[in-house]
Every structure is written in structure tokens, then in C-alpha cells.
Design a protein around this ligand. Structure first.
Ligand code: GRG
Length: 296
């Protein structure tokens, strides 16, 4: 399968739905709605919602039934990016090639825009059980799973561990735990959301959970590798190795070659996890293989 073309087709569908679900730009108070739309409709690969759709397809579900929930998860992801970029966190000026939300709208509005995206995300997950043919009980299960993945067990907890861990001398297990919570938890929740809403069997759900975890770990390791390689390309080898030393990542702890090997192994574990679904899981398999050639 041409994964990039398939992802771009899914992203197109997701972008149209996000545009419709986000409050109109001119609805008062205008500034918060502008900031929310700026933060979401700004590019982005849309990997998490695409995996929601891909997991539903893998178990024979309909894309339309899971689209609101897929958009809800993307909004929660966008909230985490807006808050992660704030001066109190990573203090980043650029995101998706454009000035970060707080650079354009100021810190107070960026915090509120993140809060509003998080709450709208959960509203969409709830709507999945009210406005589509998915069972309200399944929608409730998904709301709970995504809440756990976004909270202290998942993203928020991972971010805290990341901020509070020593920069040097951290054990490899801690790095894996941070990746598991900060990044993999939302990928696991994404595939489980698609599958639960499409009434997957317990066996299918277990396989997709393994896929999400391995995919998430491979994705984060690759993201850290791209950071180091990008830094080296911009500033030279020395800067790359400085950047590597400052972060609690696989390349920092094991070096680039071992990190690449670990990413490859995790991506292959993801591919193996969905082998039993055959051609229905072509998109998920393509996503895992894409990580290994990813350059953005
Ligand atoms: C709760 C504030 C808060 C943070 C939680 C998720 C997170 C921790 C911070 C976001 C920044 C970050 C480095 C996350 C790790 C996962 C990751 C690599 C996110 C970027 O995801 P992509 O590449 O982004 O899918 P696009 O722009 O394509 O959506």
C-alpha cells in the first residue's frame, strides 16, 4: 500500500470534520476560537485519528461511526502540544512550521485554548455515543480509556516524569516508562477507540493494544532520532551531541545506532501484532513501516 497517499486521504477527511467541529472563528469570544482553530488547523500529520480509523477498518467497522471520536483524540493531542510549547514547559517558538499559539495569542489565551481543546475533545468522544450508531456503553468505555491515557497514568504523568527526572544517569527503564506514558498511551487509546467503537472481539483488542504500544515506542524513539539528526544538520555534529546529552531519550542514553535498532525492533513488533488481521490491517501495517522511513 502507498501509506503516504492513504494517510493523506484519511487526513483530508479528518481535517474537514475538525473544521466543522471547531467553533466558528467569529463566534464570541472571538479570540479563543481563533486560537483553537489556529492550534488545530495548522498542518499536523493526523496520525492518531488516522489510526482510530485504521483500527476500525481492521475489525470491519465503518469510518463514519468513529470519525467524531477520532477528531476528539486529535483535539486532545493538539491541547498537549499547545501546553507543551508554553514558556513554563518546553518554551518553543515554532510548531508545525508556524509560530506557537502563545507566540501569536499570548500565554493566557494559549493556556485557555489548550483547556478548551481538551474539553471539546471529550465532548466529541461523548457525541460518538449519542449521534452515531455506536453503543453508548462503548462510547463511555472509550471516554474513560482516553481520560486515563491523557491523565497522570498517561500523558500528564509522562510529562511530569520527563520534567522531574535527572538529565544524566537515568536508568533505561525510566526512559521507556516516560515514552510509554507521554507518547504510547495516546496511540494505544487511539487504536483501542477505533476497535471498541467497531465492536472488536477481546482477542482483536488485545492484538491492537500490542500494536499501539509498540508503535508508540517506535514513534517516540524515531522522533528523538530525528531531533538529533536535524540538530546536527543545522548546527554541526557537536550541537547534535550536546542536544543528545541534554535529553532523556534513547539516542542520549544508548547512542544513535542502538536507538535506530530499538525503533526498528519496536516497529517490527507492531507489524507482527496485526499480522492476523490480513489485508484489513494494511493501513496499520503501513503506519508501522512508515516510522522506519519517516523524515518528518
Ligand atoms: C499534557 C502538557 C502536556 C504534555 C503531555 C504529549 C506531551 C506530553 C507533549 C507534547 C510534545 C511531545 C514531544 C510529545 C511527544 C509525542 C510527540 C512526538 C508529539 C508530536 O506528535 P506528531 O509528530 O505531531 O504526531 P503532529 O504535529 O504531526 O500532530
Amino acid at each position: 500500500m502507498d501509506f503516504k497517499a492513504a494517510l493523506s486521504e484519511k487526513a483530508h477527511l479528518i481535517n474537514q470534520a475538525l473544521d466543522a467541529y471547531l467553533p466558528p472563528e467569529l463566534a464570541p469570544p472571538v479570540v479563543i476560537h481563533q486560537a483553537m482553530r489556529y492550534s488545530v488547523l495548522s498542518g499536523g500529520k493526523r496520525l492518531r485519528p488516522a489510526l482510530v480509523l485504521g483500527a476500525a477498518e481492521a475489525v470491519g467497522g465503518r469510518v463514519e461511526a468513529v470519525l467524531p471520536a477520532a477528531c476528539g483524540i486529535e483535539l486532545i493531542h493538539c491541547y498537549s502540544l499547545v501546553h507543551d510549547d508554553l514558556p513554563a514547559m518546553d518554551d518553543d517558538d515554532l510548531r508545525r512550521g508556524r509560530p506557537t499559539t502563545h507566540k501569536v495569542f499570548g500565554e493566557a489565551i494559549a493556556i485557555l485554548a489548550g483547556d478548551a481543546l481538551l474539553t471539546l475533545g471529550f465532548e466529541l468522544l461523548a457525541r460518538a455515543g449519542l449521534e452515531t450508531d455506536v453503543s453508548p456503553v462503548d462510547a463511555l468505555k472509550v471516554v474513560r480509556e482516553v481520560a486515563v491515557a491523557a491523565g497522570t497514568e498517561g500523558m500528564v504523568g509522562g510529562q511530569v516524569l520527563d520534567i522531574k527526572s535527572p538529565e544524566a544517569g537515568a536508568p533505561a527503564e525510566l526512559v521507556k516508562e516516560i515514552h510509554r506514558r507521554k507518547t504510547a498511551a495516546l496511540f494505544v487509546a487511539s487504536v483501542r477507540t477505533g476497535a471498541i467503537l467497531a465492536r472488536a472481539s477481546e482477542e482483536a483488542l488485545a492484538a491492537l493494544t500490542r500494536f499501539g504500544m509498540s508503535f508508540g515506542l517506535a514513534f517516540q524513539i524515531t522522533d528523538d532520532i530525528l531531533d538529533v539528526v536535524g540538530e546536527e544538520a543545522r548546527m554541526g555534529k557537536r550541537a547534535g551531541s550536546d542536544a543528545r546529552q541534554k535529553k532523556l531519550t534513547y539516542p542520549a542514553i544508548f547512542g544513535l545506532a542502538a536507538a535506530r535498532e530499538r525503533a526498528r525492533a519496536a516497529a517490527m513488533e507492531a507489524v507482527a501484532a496485526v499480522e492476523g488481521f490480513g489485508s484489513a490491517a494494511a493501513f496499520l501495517r503501513g503506519a508501522a513501516e512508515f516510522i522506519l522511513t519517516r523524515d518528518y
